[in-house]
Design a protein around this ligand. Structure first.
Ligand code: HEC
Ligand code: HEC
Length: 348
């Protein structure tokens, strides 16, 4: 408590100092330093991306949010990031097995949910991008997603007075650059932290966190059968594994697409088990609509192959009770507050 007060006094003193120091120069317009705070939830590891090269500011976050929802970022002004990443589905795309981009062109993969991104060590189902600031360029330039070259996007935004003033508030002057676009995106998307599910409250001993006996039994089923890959607290260890899905006609090679190694064939980045209620359909190609279909796959659908993960060699067979308990537990990982949080919603 005292530390907090001391901190606020120091903050007040330092901001007064800035104002005083700036007074002599009447042409100087101070950029309002309104820091946002990125909080690491209690008991979680330090994130991979921590804003050390990208000062978090309210204005940078606001710019990232505007960019995220703006269809101007696509060739024909029809598709925004938010078209494929919808808040009510935890920023996945509900009911779409694969993504739909400009001219309704189809991609090969399911739009993943977006949350807790600062902990990701790589992006996409195959880990093709290894830094959050490089990630947005991929969908913007992808011919079946937004199909706009970065240089053209920079020109488009530079010609827009609202954007010019937002870039100035966020970065100090009106210049639009790809790097600033990327940094604003990281300020917005990185703040999407989902840590308020019932399970989180249970772990923190907070009100609303009392787990039922069935949910606790399900927690044990999860620990024995799923935790090795879908590891707490993020419910993924971000590694690439082959969980035995039979390839479809698309024959998506997964991680091998990036590494060109046959030992990586059909391995995909392990997705989180948080927010499953909102993020169906499941898997890299959205082939399953329900958790029961997923559990049927682990029980009887596993395809044996040289890269199949060793833990899944004989599948995961659960009794009916274990299955029901596990489903009850998975339900405690749904974070209603996250999908309802208006700071991530489109500003109309
Ligand atoms: C046409 C639909 C579509 C649009 C538009 C789109 N995305 Fe995506 N997004 C996807 C798909 C599909 C993937 C998975 C791609 C893959 O794995 O190859 C993805 C992956 C991602 C990921 C990686 C998540 C992870 O778990 O690795 C992030 C972050 C992301 N998108 C952010 C954005 C941003 C920012 C924009 C706008 C600049 C955007 N997306 C526009 C469909 C879309
Ligand atoms: C050997 C590692 C491993 C184990 C063990 C494992 N999974 Fe997975 N899981 C994966 C991988 C890899 C994927 C992504 C596969 C893909 O899309 O190609 C995945 C995907 C999923 C998805 C889809 C999520 C989404 O957003 O699309 C669900 C749900 C899931 N697993 C649940 C479970 C449950 C429940 C258990 C325990 C009964 C379990 N998994 C055990 C590796 C594992």
């Amino acid at each position: 408590m005292t530390r907090k007060i001391v901190k606020s006094i120091l903050f007040l003193l330092s901001s007064t100092a800035v104002i005083v120091a700036c007074k002599p120069d009447p042409s100087f317009e101070p950029v309002v330093e309104a820091p946002l705070e990125f909080k690491v939830p209690q008991g979680w590891p330090q994130p991979f991306y921590n804003y050390s090269n990208n000062t978090l500011k309210k204005e940078g976050f606001a710019l990232g949010r505007k960019l995220f929802y703006d269809p101007k970022l696509s060739r024909d002004n029809t598709v925004s990031c938010g078209s494929c990443h919808q808040q009510f589905s935890a920023f996945a795309q509900i009911d779409h097995p694969v993504s739909h981009g400009v001219d309704d062109l189809l991609g090969n993969r399911n739009s993943p949910a977006l949350f807790n991104l600062n902990w990701h060590t790589s992006f996409f189902w195959d880990g093709g991008v290894n830094h959050i600031e490089n990630q947005p360029i991929a969908p913007i330039q992808n011919p079946v997603e937004m199909d706009l070259q970065m240089a053209d996007l920079v020109k488009k935004l530079q010609a827009d007075a609202t954007y010019r003033s937002m870039f100035k508030s966020a970065f100090g002057d009106e210049t639009v650059t790809s790097q600033r676009i990327a940094k604003a995106f990281a300020q917005f998307m990185g703040m999407m932290v989902s840590d308020n599910a019932k399970f989180d409250k249970y772990k923190r001993g907070e009100a609303g966190g009392a787990m039922t006996p069935q949910e606790l039994d399900g927690y044990e089923v999860y620990k024995q059968n799923c935790a090795a890959c879908h590891t707490e607290p993020l419910f993924t260890d971000f590694s690439y594994r082959n969980n035995g899905l039979p390839p479809t006609s698309v024959n998506d090679s997964g991680r091998a697409h990036i590494t060109l190694l046959s030992t990586d064939l059909y391995k995909f980045k392990i997705p989180s088990l948080r927010n499953l209620k909102y993020t169906w359909p499941y898997m890299h190609d959205g082939r399953f609509n329900t958790i029961d279909q997923v559990l049927n796959h682990y029980a009887t659908g596993i395809l044996q192959s040289p890269t199949l993960d060793i833990k899944l060699g004989s599948g995961i067979i659960l009794t009916e009770k274990q299955r029901d308990d596990l489903k009850a537990f998975l339900n405690t990982l749904n974070d209603e507050a996250f999908i309802a949080n208006t700071i991530f919603a489109e500003v109309k």
